[in-house]
Design a protein around this ligand. Structure first.
Ligand SMILES: C[S@@+](CC[C@H](N)C(=O)[O-])C[C@H]1O[C@@H](n2cnc3c(N)ncnc32)[C@H](O)[C@@H]1O
Length: 324
């Protein structure tokens, strides 16, 4: 990816790095080679192998782990090649990092691990040895490659676990969804649990474990990068708002293009992340700098999560709230 200039359409908002930016952004990247205190590691990005860095991080300092590891698929992460393997070997791979990462979690902390259908049983197996599994979220991605001899894959799982089932943070009120009401029901002529607006009828609903309102970042979105498996900011925002208190600490050991840290910063949480690939670590640091100026998260505004394809409504609502 470095120095590979692509021809991009004028409306393409993909975040890219120039050579001069790379030199400047390198100053933000860190390396861990000695035991460090919580204050020393807060709001840092480490550009190294997770297994080289992890023993130097403090224990039990993290409120929330968000983990998006290489899935059991052959994939080229800009030079770091992950090769699909059998289930047993993938389980061994997960076992070599997951217990170590869990040592970073506070006793009342939570963990989310992303995976696809092929990796999901391995993740569940290893995770359930260490934490209480609370749920499996299924994210319906609208994108997926069609196959002539199989069903197209258009979903991912996100396993949710906690260290202590009797004591963990969960703020459902911060992740309510604003949905259109298709069959508006009235009692005594008044809307029941929904509101009438000039743009339609809406209801605030509790979020379920089936997420069908989140698009994969694409070229016209301001958060998009060339990372091949970048997660949407909207998806990570739900995890952070629900499971990490304000000023709490979020850790991501496979940071990629930086989504977890960027969203944590936008939402007033502390962060720490590790990414082995320099180009992706630099993209993370560019996005973190951009988040100083712009804290918008597409699909989340006025404290609620909106359905897909409602950007114009969101802008209208934001404008109305700003004018009040
Ligand atoms: C699935 S991607 C994460 C994408 C990320 N959630 C985002 O939104 O961009 C996994 C990332 O882990 C990185 N990675 C793989 N092995 C690693 C290791 N041992 N230590 C640190 N990072 C690693 C890869 O370079 C890749 O960017």
């Amino acid at each position: 990816m470095p120095n590979m200039e692509k021809n991009r359409a004028t409306r393409n908002r993909t975040i890219v790095l120039s050579d001069s930016e790379r030199t400047d952004l390198k100053k933000d990247l860190c390396q861990l080679n000695t035991s460090s205190s919580v204050d020393e590691v807060l709001n840092k990005i480490y550009n190294q192998d997770l297994l080289e860095a992890i023993d130097y991080l403090p224990k039990h300092f993290v409120d929330l782990l968000i983990i998006d590891p290489p899935y059991n698929l052959s994939k080229d992460f800009a030079g770091f090649k992950f090769k699909a393997t059998d289930d047993k070997t993938y389980i061994e791979y997960v076992r070599c990092w997951l217990p170590k990462v869990l040592e970073l979690l506070k006793p009342n902390g939570s963990i989310y691990v992303c995976c696809d259908w092929k990796s999901t049983s391995a993740i569940y197996q290893v995770m359930s040895e260490y934490v209480t599994i609370k749920n499996r979220i299924t994210w319906q991605r609208e994108k997926g490659r069609g196959a002539k001899t199989n069903w197209k894959n258009a979903m991912e799982d996100i396993w949710f676990g906690v260290l202590n089932d009797k004591d963990y943070y969960f703020d459902v009120a911060s992740v309510m969804q604003k949905r259109r009401v298709l069959a508006p029901y009235k009692v005594d002529g008044k809307p029941k649990d929904w509101i009438e607006t000039e743009d339609g009828n809406f209801r605030l609903t509790y979020p379920s474990n089936f997420w069908d309102d989140i698009s994969i970042p694409y070229w016209s979105m301001p958060e998009n990068t060339d990372h091949p498996t970048q997660k949407p900011e909207k998806l990570i925002a739900k995890l952070i708002l629900a499971s990490c208190p304000r000023q709490g600490i979020v850790f991501d050991p496979f940071l990629g293009s930086g989504t977890t840290c960027v969203v944590a910063k936008k939402l007033g949480r502390h962060y720490c992340g590790i990414e082995i690939n320099e180009e992706y670590a630099l993209l993370s640091s560019k996005r973190l700098r951009m988040a100083e100026e712009n804290k918008d998260i597409q699909g989340y505004s006025d404290g609620v999560f909106w359905e897909r394809n409602t950007l114009s409504l969101q802008k209208k609502s934001q404008k109305a709230s700003a004018e009040q």
